[in-house]
Design a protein around this ligand. Structure first.
Ligand SMILES: [Zn+2]
Ligand SMILES: [Zn+2]
Length: 735
């Protein structure tokens, strides 16, 4: 492994011992000797011996990472330095802050930075294969599948096997016959360059003013958190694109965080139209070679703009100049396993450590963000009207008690009438229901047996399109049984309640001539399928879209003039402490899909509680009233942003073991004036993926040092090895 000389500038006092963060949470930091002639500095990524093995570690400042001192004579020497740029000090501070704030091991956070094992190996090429144009001696179905797959995309043998759904052996056979030919690919070939001035848009006066403020902050390179608050369709993206252009002109990198991969496709096209080249994409389903290429370009500073899911936040940008968090209110920015961080909040911290502007963009900001703007911590910039003169849609409620749907149906007459009119005029309708599959609950018509997940406290959801019963929590799937497992009744299944597939069936029954698309994470499960859906909707090849929260944002279909919210009360059920806010955000977002072109939009909200504050605020278009009422409710409850929450989740495959551990935690709870501790109680999902779960909820005043309290409390306890204790600071999920 060639040595890295990044430490040479440290001059007269080369490090002769090094403290490492190693990727083994059980061990903590370890000290090593730096051999003669090896240059390391804090942030260097190194290889070290651990027992008989070799491990990767990051050199850290000794004084910031307490460990038991080992005398020089007993230190083992480092093996080598990995030839990647050392992690910068600001990133090391971010790692420390994240670990401290979310009560996570520093190694678990650091691991998110080194998110590509392949990137740590030096320069490389790989062999990919593409069709040569020749034909095999003998065609088999597998061979045909391998040749047809995705129009003969170029990829490695293993990836092609995955794409085509055939064995690697089939593909090797095609290589031997010359049907597939090898291509040597430089793993680190540069990305196409984006140009700040490729297609400079005509901005409205409002947009230009907002963009101007961003540009100044980018040029001054100062910590400036912006809350970009603008109604759906007001052109927030165009405004922050100008900030990206400014960052490009200065030769700096930009990170844009998006909540879902499904949104990326529409975003990529807009980006390419504006800047002439696609940005670098980062998300969990990248191929390992794409991941390596992106990571190395990010670390080298040659990736100009990176668009990614939350995990892109911890990458080692060499020269970051701007961070944008789009749809910043989205709860998918909160990670609910491993390090339970909120990417929106950590993005602001990263901007602070690196002295950068950060733009949080949303049409329905989280109350926490509005409060930060109110108190002057964030700078609020507003875009008040829709771009291009489009009007906001008219919003009305349909009281389901007064205007009920026909028996066994879910769409009220007024909504059906509206859809018929749209169909007759060649316009589009969108029905929103945040429930995947056909029905949320399935029972036996004879004995009432309910189909339940064997691993979770959850009903199995029937998916008719894919003919399966599925658990949405653990992924357990089974074919629909031919007979009731309880009473043996054949063909026994009865669907209870609607999912999107059932609504689509109802639309087909009412309007047989309508072309219907179901848009959920099941049907749009790849960027290609999402792109295909968008193209069809734009061409007018779809009359009615039935979708989950996946269709509430990002899409812009000019012919879409009617939005129907099938059940606005759904989100208000259950014990979620942010239920009202989430309902408001979802309905407001989906309503924003209506009337984005020249034609006016209409929104019908089906509800049994039109008088509920959140529904009334939506119908009245009175956002301020909603936020004011919600703010008061939160203040009264001591909920965020006025108080703080944290959760402790105890789980084990053994029910008694989980309960005993939770009770022990409960029995040793600290008694403090500014902290209330509730529980332990069985979690709403008391069985999840085969583990029994108990929860404690901590509600604290803002002044309380919650993390310190929890660390001290739990640090004094030990648990059997089968027990897992997770800490969730600022939780979003209460299941
Ligand atoms: Zn039965
Ligand atoms: Zn399950």
């Amino acid at each position: 492994m060639p040595p890295h000389h990044g430490g040479a500038h440290m001059g007269l006092s080369p490090m002769n011992r090094a403290r490492l963060v190693i990727f083994n949470a059980a061990l903590g930091p370890l000290d090593y000797r730096v051999p003669e002639g090896m240059a390391v500095e804090p942030g260097s990524v190194v290889v070290a011996p651990l027992g008989p093995r070799q491990i990767v570690g990051i050199v850290w400042e000794e004084e910031r990472l307490p460990a038991s001192a080992v005398p020089d004579s007993r230190l083992r020497p480092l093996i080598g330095v990995i030839p990647v740029p050392p992690l910068q000090a600001a990133l090391r501070r971010l790692i420390e802050w994240t670990a401290d704030y979310y009560c996570a091991p520093i190694a678990a956070v650091a691991r998110m930075v080194l998110a590509s094992g392949g990137a740590l190996r030096g320069p490389a090429t790989i062999t990919e294969y593409r069709l040569s144009g020749g034909a095999p001696e003998r065609m088999t179905p597998q061979r045909a599948a391998a040749i047809d797959a995705r129009g003969g995309e170029q990829a490695t043998i293993r990836e092609l096997a995955g794409i085509a759904g055939v064995s690697e052996g089939v593909l090797r056979g095609l290589v031997n016959q010359g049907v597939l030919e090898p291509v040597e690919v430089d793993c680190d070939r540069p990305y196409p360059r984006a140009g700040a001035d490729f297609a400079v848009p005509e901005l409205s006066e409002d947009q230009a003013q907002v963009a101007g403020r961003f540009v100044v902050a980018v040029e001054e390179r100062r910590f400036a958190p912006f809350l970009l608050d603008g109604v759906t369709g007001s052109g927030k993206t165009e405004a922050y694109f100008e900030a990206i252009a400014a960052s490009l002109r200065l030769g700096r990198q930009t990170l844009v965080l998006l909540p879902e991969i499904a949104l990326t496709e529409a975003f990529l096209r807009r980006f390419e139209d504006r800047f002439g080249a696609a940005p670098v994409v980062w998300h969990s389903s990248l191929k390992s070679t794409e991941r390596r290429r992106a990571w190395r370009a990010i670390a080298a500073g040659t990736a100009q703009v990176v668009v990614g899911a939350r995990s892109a936040l911890f990458l080692p940008y060499r020269n970051l100049g701007l961070i944008v968090v789009d749809e910043a209110h989205e709860i998918s920015f909160k990670q609910d396993e491993g390090v339970r961080y909120n990417a929106r909040d950590v993005a602001v911290m990263r901007a602070r450590f690196e002295s950068l502007p950060v733009i949080l963009a949303s049409a329905t900001p989280a109350l926490e963000s509005l409060q930060m703007a109110e108190s002057g911590v964030y700078e609020k910039v507003e875009l008040e009207s829709r771009f291009g003169g489009a009007e906001m849609p008219s919003i009305d409620t349909v009281n389901l008690t007064e205007e009920p749907p026909e028996r066994g149906r879910w769409l009220a007459p007024r909504l059906v009438e509206g859809m018929r009119e749209r169909l007759a005029r060649g316009e589009q309708s969108l029905l929103f229901l945040n429930r995947r599959g056909y029905a949320p609950l399935t029972l036996c018509r004879k004995c009432g047996y309910r189909f339940q997940c064997p691993n979770c406290t959850a009903w199995l959801v029937e998916h008719r399109l894919s003919r399966r019963l599925a658990c949405h929590h653990c992924g357990h799937e089974t074919a629909p049984p031919l007979a009731c497992p309880e009473c043996g009744e054949p063909d026994c299944m009865v669907a209870c309640g609607p999912g999107v597939e059932r609504i689509a069936d109802e639309v087909a029954a009412i309007m047989p001539e309508a072309r219907i698309a179901v848009a959920t994470s099941d049907t749009l499960n790849s960027p290609e399928k999402a792109a295909e859906f968008v193209a069809m909707a734009e061409e007018g090849a779809i009359d009615v879209i039935v979708g989950t929260q996946l269709v509430t944002k990002g899409f812009h279909f000019p012919e879409l003039t009617l939005v129907g919210v099938v059940d606005a009360d759904l989100g208000l059920e259950g014990g979620d402490l942010r239920a009202a806010e989430r309902t408001y955000q979802q309905v407001a977002q989906v309503a924003g899909r209506a009337g984005r072109g020249a034609k006016p939009g209409e929104v019908l909200i089906q509800t049994r509680h039109p008088e509920a504050p959140v529904i009334a605020a939506l119908a009245g278009g009175d956002r301020d009233a909603f936020y004011a009422a919600e703010t008061e409710a939160r203040r009264h409850a001591g909920a965020p942003p006025f108080g703080r929450w944290a959760a402790i989740i105890v789980s084990s495959e053994d029910e008694a073991e989980a309960r005993e551990a939770a009770n022990r935690i409960g029995a040793t709870r600290p008694v403090l004036p500014d902290v209330a501790i509730l529980g332990p109680a069985p979690a709403p999902l008391s069985l999840l993926r085969g583990r029994y779960r108990y929860r404690l909820l901590i509600n604290a005043r803002r002044s309380a040092q919650v993390q310190d309290v929890i660390r001290e409390w739990l640090g004094a306890l030990t648990f059997p090895s089968g027990v897992r204790v997770s800490i969730d600071i600022d939780p979003y999920s209460f299941v």
